[in-house]
Design a protein. Structure first.
Length: 188
């Protein structure tokens, strides 16, 4: 005799929005595979790297009429049970009414021990499914290391692992960022 486990249905984005609408502003929730996930407050080290990255990407984005912003959620109109919040998003177009971008050109995640599995797994797969995304950065906070994922002219992503002395080349932003600049103020 087999026993089937009952699984709760996946939460849809509209239900997720209704759930978080009444939550306190200091709570940050994301929807991953139909499951609402409360995000823990990031460490100061994590936030310093996010700020450094924003300082570096901001001018590149500005030159193209885009913005580099932390804390935006992402949506894919073809996936109704996923709405992650990466650490940084570069996008153009008009200001968002709902805080969820559907048109990022670059997404960056700064890895934390508690989120590494999701950031490198299901969130990375979701980001790479976004039609407008051209670059995806995974920035390690415990060592000076960056993974740069670039989408070329075809459907395949390429990966470059970069260290402290390397430069992150971002052709879709017409510029580059020194890896060392992301760790300014935190490397001893």
């Amino acid at each position: 005799m087999s026993l089937a486990l009952r699984r709760e249905p996946r939460m849809r984005f509209a239900d997720f929005l209704a759930m978080i609408r009444g939550r306190p502003d200091e709570e940050r929730w994301e929807l991953l595979d139909g499951e609402p996930v409360l995000m823990a407050p990031p460490s100061e080290r994590h936030q310093q790297i996010v700020m450094n990255l924003g300082r570096q990407l901001g001018p590149l984005a500005d030159r193209l009429g885009c913005r580099a912003l932390p804390g935006l959620g992402l949506r894919n109109e073809f996936v109704d049970d996923f709405a992650p919040i990466p650490d940084l998003v570069v996008r153009g177009g008009p200001l968002l009414a709902d805080g969820y971008a559907r048109d990022p050109i670059l997404v960056a995640e700064v890895l934390s021990p508690s989120t590494m599995h999701n950031d490198r797994g299901r969130k990375a797969a979701f980001y790479q499914s976004l039609q407008t995304l051209r670059s995806f950065l995974i920035v390690y906070q415990d060592e000076p290391r960056v993974e740069l994922w670039l989408l070329g002219n075809g459907p395949d992503w390429t990966l470059r692992a970069l260290g402290l002395d390397d430069t992150i080349d971002l052709p879709d932003l017409a510029g580059s960022v020194p890896v060392a600049s992301l760790y300014a103020g935190i490397l001893t």
